[in-house]
Write a protein that binds this ligand. Structure first.
Ligand code: NAP
Length: 289
């Protein structure tokens, strides 16, 4: 029930109607019995600065950031975490000592299913990342944190790939990073123990599309992991192909849940949040249960 004491959380984006974050965060807040509400804020790019000032004025506790504000919000924040700096994007903002602090929980979200299910030494692992957009940046940072031997990023536009490579400067992430065009896939796939799709290919409504063919995926090494960041449909064609060729398949739902759980822990300043409730709320909302 909304009362005079209800505290405000939310997500900013434009458009924002399709965000699944309100579903999982409100389920968690209800489970915890906390007097908070999490709402979507559609904010047009030209209104970002005034919106952030308004949030401070009305005492918003924290908020998520989605497209198109993930980069443009950086200059409006007082502090930016090292992970968000490395990725060059913020997805979570919290209020501390009357200042806005930005961080990026996508890396933690991406890593969670890998670290929970496959707690292994990654130093011999070659990671192959399809796509060079915003999500690919969090995946590169995650693979660097795992200590992957090599990180190959494959894209369709040579100029964007060069910009992607250069954007990491001489950071830790840049050490083992190489960019390639799609033409190099035949030589890269047989090395890839971890294959991550960060392109939107196969996302609803294009459910019969996949970034790779089954024949290409057959060349993955034994025991490889195919990880699709897409969460609708579930599974994607890419993951069905992975199952067909006998490699491990991980979908994007857990990343979504875990990046949300990491953000909620920051806002509530507590070590645990009801992750199961968040996952279940999303699965139910997406018609998966
Ligand atoms: P983005 O910044 O637009 O990047 C998309 C990338 O895919 C770009 O590099 C783009 O290439 C490439 N691409 C798009 N269509 C392609 C095609 N037909 N052929 C080859 N490459 C293509 O998007 P994003 O924010 O990174 O998101 C990407 C996907 O990840 C989306 O499906 C999103 O839902 C998902 N995602 C999931 C989570 C999660 O929590 N599970 C989190 C973030 C994102 P160009 O650069 O050449 O245009």
């Amino acid at each position: 029930m909304i009362t005079g004491k209800t505290k405000l959380l939310g997500v900013i984006g434009y458009p924002v109607e399709h965000s699944l974050s309100p579903v999982m965060h409100n389920a968690a807040l209800t489970q915890l019995g906390l007097n908070y509400v999490y709402v979507p804020f559609p904010i047009e790019p030209q209104n970002l600065e005034v919106a952030i000032l308004g949030f401070a004025a009305v005492g918003v506790v924290g908020f998520n950031v989605t497209i198109p504000h993930k980069q443009t919000i950086l200059p409006l924040l007082s502090e930016i975490s090292p992970t968000a700096k490395a990725v060059g994007a913020v997805n979570t903002v919290s209020r501390k000592d009357n200042k806005w602090i930005g961080t990026n929980t996508d890396i933690e979200g991406f890593l969670a299913p890998l670290q929970t299910m496959y707690n292994q030494d990654w130093s011999q692992t070659v990671a192959l990342i399809l796509g060079n957009g915003g999500a690919a940046r969090a995946v590169v940072a995650g693979c660097a944190e795992l200590g992957c031997e090599k990180i190959f990023v494959v894209g369709r536009n040579a100029q964007k790939l060069e910009e992607f490579q250069n954007s990491w400067g001489d950071s830790r992430e840049s050490q083992n990073l190489q960019v390639h065009t799609w033409h190099s896939l035949p030589k890269l796939i047989p090395q890839a123990k971890l294959l991550v799709n960060t392109t939107p290919i196969g996302m609803y409504p294009h459910v019969e599309e996949s970034p790779l063919s089954v024949e290409e995926m057959e060349n993955l090494p034994a025991g490889a992991i195919a990880y699709d960041l897409i969460y609708t449909p579930n599974p994607t064609k890419f993951l069905r192909q992975a199952q067909q060729v006998g490699v491990i398949a991980i979908d994007g739902l857990e990343m979504l849940v875990q990046q949300g759980a990491a953000a909620l822990k920051i806002w509530l300043q507590q070590d645990t949040v009801p992750v199961d409730v968040m996952r279940q709320a999303l699965r139910h909302h997406l018609g998966l249960t």
